[in-house]
Design a protein around this ligand. Structure first.
Ligand SMILES: O=C(O)c1cc(=O)[nH]c(=O)n1[C@@H]1O[C@H](COP(=O)(O)O)[C@@H](O)[C@H]1O
Length: 329
């Protein structure tokens, strides 16, 4: 008998963590960021208009969707800001991109970085995570600046619909340290966010959970071979734990600082979205050493470094192949 998937949902879709893990096993630990910067549109000989935006987006999706029915990447991450700057026509292009990615069975992470008081948060949750929304994605990035618990409407809807969230914990930009490395439970805001995500994933996955007095986390379940999957992506013999619906954003450029701040990233049992790979200077080797035992849960994301290889689909696919090689795939 097949055991039910922990945290299974009633939306006819497997939980996000299981879907993402399967995609990472199949394609490797890479997400293609779709960031239609004006400069990139220009470099691709496209106008900085909704027409150019659409051409850019569909070309990037074609590269990501791969050939022969198997995706070239585990997910795509459209940068919402760069659609929003085109107003309603830009949002229409984003809707088409999300819809066509779903048809191509490419997972989508809307990089919207939303966060607000709970009652307003419910609106953002509906926009990005409900089955009926034209902007529905498989996951969305969230900002916890109004307090982790204010994000509850999004976390609840994500879990109920087999979707996920990625909450900013340690961001890739140098300015992030002034907020994230100080204060909070266990000495840093990033530590508070990490502990809260571990708590929520343990509950969603059906594991017991204990929180130490200094805000560090531990799980009173043991990691068994049937609970996660072996990561065949340069993670050596490391086992990827089952992934819950709450992922964290941990910049590839700052992953090494997690240990110094006392963050138990492996104990989060959620995917770790790692921007900063490529254009911001992080390499596969640097990420593997920075993330340490959490490496099997890392989804590296690269936008400009791959997109600069366009406008041809073959050029983009070559960029994807090189990025995966750097990640040990
Ligand atoms: O949430 C994100 O994706 C994100 C968080 C972070 O800490 N740093 C970061 O660069 N990002 C996003 O990741 C993408 C990085 O793009 P490239 O530097 O071109 O690969 C951009 O869309 C950023 O907004």
């Amino acid at each position: 008998m097949t055991a039910p998937v922990a945290g299974s949902v009633d939306a006819g879709r497997a939980p996000w963590g299981a879907r993402l893990a399967a995609a990472m096993d199949a394609a490797g630990p890479l997400c293609l960021g779709i960031d239609p910067h004006p400069q990139l549109l220009h470099d691709w000989d496209l106008p900085d208009t909704p027409v150019g935006l659409e051409r850019f987006s569909m070309t990037a999706l074609e590269a990501a969707a791969g050939e022969g029915g198997s995706s070239a990447v585990a997910a795509i991450k459209p940068q919402v800001a760069l659609y929003e700057r085109h107003g309603s026509a830009g949002f229409a292009v984003l809707e088409r991109l999300l819809r066509e990615a779903r048809d191509e069975e490419v997972l989508t992470i809307a990089d919207a970085k939303r966060g607000d008081i709970g009652s307003t948060m419910a609106g953002y949750a509906e926009a990005w995570l409900s089955d009926d929304s034209p902007l529905a994605a498989d996951a969305v990035t969230l900002s916890p600046y109004l307090g982790y618990d204010s994000l509850a409407p999004a976390l609840e809807l994500a879990e109920a619909t087999g979707r996920g969230v990625f909450i900013l914990a340690l961001t890739s930009n140098p300015e992030g340290a002034s907020v994230q490395h100080t204060g909070g439970v266990g000495g840093s805001v990033a530590g508070s966010i990490t502990a809260a995500a571990a708590r929520d994933n343990a509950r969603a996955l059906g594991f017991g959970h204990v929180t130490g007095t200094n805000g560090t986390t531990g799980l009173n379940g043991t990691i068994g071979a049937d609970e996660g999957s072996r990561a065949g992506t340069g993670g050596g013999t490391a086992i990827r734990p089952a992934l819950g619906p709450v992922g964290l954003v941990v910049g590839a450029t700052v992953a090494g600082q997690a240990e110094r701040l006392g963050l138990d990233l492996a104990g989060v049992r959620g995917a770790l979205l790692a921007p900063g790979f490529g254009a911001q200077g992080a390499s596969g080797a640097g990420m593997r050493s920075g993330f340490g035992s959490a490496w099997p849960s890392v989804l590296a994301t690269s936008s400009r470094a791959v997109l600069r290889r366009g406008p041809s689909v073959s050029g983009l696919r070559e960029g994807i192949r090189e990025a995966l090689e750097d990640l040990g795939r």
